[in-house]
Structure formats: C-alpha cells, structure tokens
Design a protein around this ligand. Structure first.
Ligand SMILES: [Zn+2]
Length: 146
C-alpha cells in the first residue's frame, strides 16, 4: 500500500504539544483524516485518529469518558484518571492504524516529512527560528561520562 498524498494543517500557534493535523491518502483511494502530529518529550510522533474510551459510572451505570472526573449524569465522582501521557492506550482507542511496524514507520516518516516541508514553506513561520531547527538531531557524544 502506498501513501499517495499527505496534507498537513499546522497548529503551531496554539502553543500546545499538538503541532499539526494530517490527512493521508492511501493508493489514491482511501483517506484518513485527523491524524495528529504531536511533540513528545524528545521527538515528534504521529497519533492516529482515536476516540476516548468509556467507563461505567459506579453509581448510576451510565457511560462516562474514562478521564472524566465526575459522572455527567448523576455527578458521582469517578475514579482518578491515569496519567494520559504514560497510558494513552487505556484512554484512547485508535480508529484506524497500521498493524505492523514497517508500515507504521513508513506512515510516520511520510507524515513527518510533509510536516517539515509545510513548516519550512510556511510564510508565517519566523525564518530565524526555522533555520535553527533544521539541523538533524545530533547524537550526543558521551564525553566525560561513564
Ligand atoms: Zn452516574
């Protein structure tokens, strides 16, 4: 399967970890929207479109999003959420996603390339900063460390 088009919509100015949305076309025939490009602790990564998982309210039994603090139906306090950055899978369920590492890597590199292109060609971007960001991540040499 080939990725035939990647469209990127920048969200840089919102100042969050979310940097952009991507829309990806496969084989000129299938489109997946709402793929997110997120700044992780070290690198950018791609998050597939996802929905929030639900849990059942312990008091009234109504379905409530797993990271809600209170039941939207009866107001009961819900169990505390897990840290979303560490345990994303328990809160979000991907709606469409690659099922092998090879395609996952291919998809991610295509999307991140398109993101960098878009960023570099974006007229709103301040050039001074954009140029400095272009260097590839250089592996740190372990000088003076055991
Ligand atoms: Zn409830």
């Amino acid at each position: 399967m080939e990725i035939t088009e990647v469209r990127v919509s920048l969200r840089e100015h919102e100042g969050k970890r979310l940097k952009a949305y991507a829309t990806v076309t496969f084989d000129n025939s299938f489109v997946v929207r709402n793929i997110k490009i997120i700044q992780g602790n070290n690198d950018l990564f791609v998050a597939m479109p996802a929905r929030k998982m639900k849990q059942f309210c312990p008091r009234c039994g109504k379905k409530v999003e797993v990271d809600s603090r209170y039941c939207s139906n009866c107001g009961a306090q819900m169990p505390p959420p897990k840290d979303p950055s560490e345990d994303r899978q328990s809160i979000h369920q991907d709606l469409a996603h690659p099922i092998n590492q090879e395609f996952r890597d291919y998809l991610q590199s295509k999307i991140l390339d398109a993101y960098q292109d878009k960023k570099n060609s974006s007229p709103e971007e301040e050039n001074n900063e954009a140029v400095q960001e272009q260097g590839e991540s250089q592996p740190q040499k372990d000088i003076g460390q055991q």
